[in-house]
Ligand binder design. Sequence first.
Ligand code: WTA
Length: 636
Amino acid sequence: MGKLIKKEDAYYPDKEFKKRAWVKDNSIYKKANRDPIKFWDELARELHWFRKWKKTFKHEPPYFHWFTGGKINISYNCLERNLEKRRNKVALIWEPEPKNERERVFTYYDLYRQVNKFANSLKEMGVNKGDVVGIYMPMIPESLIAMLACARIGAIHTVVFSAFSPKALNIRLNQTNAKILITADGYYRKGKEMNLKANADKGSKGTKVKKVVTVRRTNSKIKKKKGDCYWDEVIEKQKDYCKPAEMNAEDTLFILFTSGSTGKPKGVMHACGGYTVQAYWTAKLIFDLCDNDIFWSTADIGWITGHTYSCYGPLLNGTTFVLYEGVPDYPETDRWCHIIEKYGVTTFYTAPTAIRMFEKEVGKVKENLKTLQLIASVGEPINEEAWKWFFKQVGKGNCPVLDTWWQTETGGILITSLPGVGPFKPTFAGMPFPGVQTDILDNKGKKVKANQKGNLVILPPFSPGMLRGVYKNPKKYKKTYFGEYGDKVYFTEDIAYKDKKGLVRIVGRADDVIKVAGHRISTGEMENIIDSNNKVAECAVVGIPHKIKGETPVVFVVLNPKKKATEKDILKLITEGIGKIAKPQKIFFVKDLPKTRSGKIMRRILRKFFTGEDLGDLSTLANPQTVDEIKKKIKK
Ligand code: WTA
């Protein structure tokens, strides 16, 4: 293993590191920048295509297409493509949360058989190419098998995070008209048995779901309704081969809902061809996946990181990877260290919120974690202290820390330093991935200078794995992503700046999205849910800084005259509408909210009460007296 060399405020890989790395120097950036389309075209060839594409990139602003005319199947690339060389290699190691249970291990051939069988089960249930299948599942192997089986027959999966409430599930199922829902009886979290099937039943009420397939995980009693079946029963009698559907590169592979500024979650659509190329190549070059690596991404499959790096990315690369069911600090605070040691994890991918939690709970890491070679972070800005702790205590000063920036919409990582190139500079994500063009613009669309903050944008040809639309909502697609600078510039809704060397640092969001423990939550969506209650006249939700979670929501509620409500009532609205992950830190009942003369709620001021920042000029407010009232309430 190599060493890291410190130069000024950053670290660089030494010769030994470069030896192992797929990318050893800067030349790849130069090559890719010269002709990004040609660059991606060459990369795409390494995968298996039933038919080669005719056109590499087609731009019909605000839409764009990659590899049109090509035919591909991601499950074929994850499975068959690996069978020749890695039939008996371990693909997936599943670690259950209860320590008295054994892990489950699947070779590439095991997975291949399971996926084929379940693909045949889906077919038997009447699922056709282009149908949407709902997946509401915990972190168990069957969840990945279900995703791959959908992909195999060309059905579009839409995974709903298992901690989302039945109502949140209901909204997503209704938007996509899913006819089948795959779930589990339950799962373990912090030692508790969670009943998932009951939520699945509640959430599928009033939708088009005709059949619920349940995996037995906890073996708890479930209510079986008409049309319901157990996973093991449907899969048992199936043949172990199902011909993979030859998908057009631009066919939809999956829909994943995510939060934006406004009320309803958006169904982000990803395409079969481009997503496969991006998942494969970013996983390979960024995590430097080699044949003897053990990769562990802690991300739940309910989020994009779970799709790309807890499932598709490692499988496309023929990697052995770990999937863990529960929380990383249960039953001991250093359970995650034990998992790294038990399997000899070489590459560990997690989120700043987890890193800060480990730091607080464990402090000094006594395990030597000697197998680790690369450690990486995603989901929210990583503060310098957490970066340094991660680097010293987990990486022992020998592992590059990759700070990877991307979004549900981008499908794969778009900004990070590459392990064989560096630099690894605390709080800086690094350079855009080769072949990706980004910029930082002011509100007028002018490039900002080094060290000046602005809006992070992505320029044509974008990247193959980026979204192809918002499900059934082309207007939203255009307005959200191509509304700021015209239809040829994708606005990430992130604020960032570059240092003199061009390394990008992400500052935070420009919109009303907050990151709570790495989970993307819309304060607008929370407001909608609270406002929909007839006791509430109006409300405002803001994200305030939190030591471990990064951000946490705080709610201000103005009640209707003569109506009464308690904190508990508001909390119930939120946990029922979204889930516990959106639980506010505090709920304040106030008489009025600070507003501009045109009636706009000044959320910025509300936030500043908690950050200690100067409140600024209040003279433009229509109701400056509310500021004192709220201040007093918060102090109390
Ligand atoms: C934020 C997660 C700073 C950012 C993959 C982005 C980050 C949003 C980083 C997308 C990072 C993600 N540094 N901020 N390394 N990675 N973000 O869709 O605001 O859940 O726009 O995708 O997370 O969140 P999403």
